[in-house]
Design a binder for this molecule. Structure first.
Ligand code: HEM
Length: 86
């Protein structure tokens, strides 16, 4: 997530990492419907750590950013699941 935030304006820089994580997710059978609950917990953790700095604006930005990254993973993992025939 930190690397993602760092490269938010140049997501191509993350391609190799996304691909590696997506393969790991498929190997451990992560499913698209698990992304919302993981996101909820992650966003809560971010909010806890940021405390007073977790303004509505900041939390809205992290929520949107998570959704975009989750969609990237879900799409890539869908492709890999189809390729490996599951
Ligand atoms: C945007 C959301 C997510 C990010 C950024 C993320 C990131 C990562 C990273 C960096 C790894 C380590 C990959 C490696 O070993 O090279 C990983 C592994 C893993 N992730 Fe995710 N993940 C996300 C969503 C999820 C979701 C929704 C699940 C569902 C429960 C999940 C379950 C796992 C599991 C089971 C592993 C393998 C752990 C192991 O190697 O023992 N992840 N993820």
């Amino acid at each position: 997530m930190y690397a993602y935030a760092t490269h938010i304006d140049d997501l191509d820089a993350l391609k190799t990492a996304v691909d590696k994580i997506a393969h790991r997710h498929v190997a451990t059978r992560v499913l698209s419907e698990q992304y919302p609950i993981v996101g909820e917990c992650l966003l809560q953790a971010i909010q806890d750590v940021l405390a007073d700095a977790a303004t509505t604006e900041v939390m809205t930005a992290w929520t949107e950013a998570y959704q975009v990254l989750a969609e990237i993973f879900i799409n890539r993992e869908q492709q890999i699941y189809q390729t490996v025939g599951h």
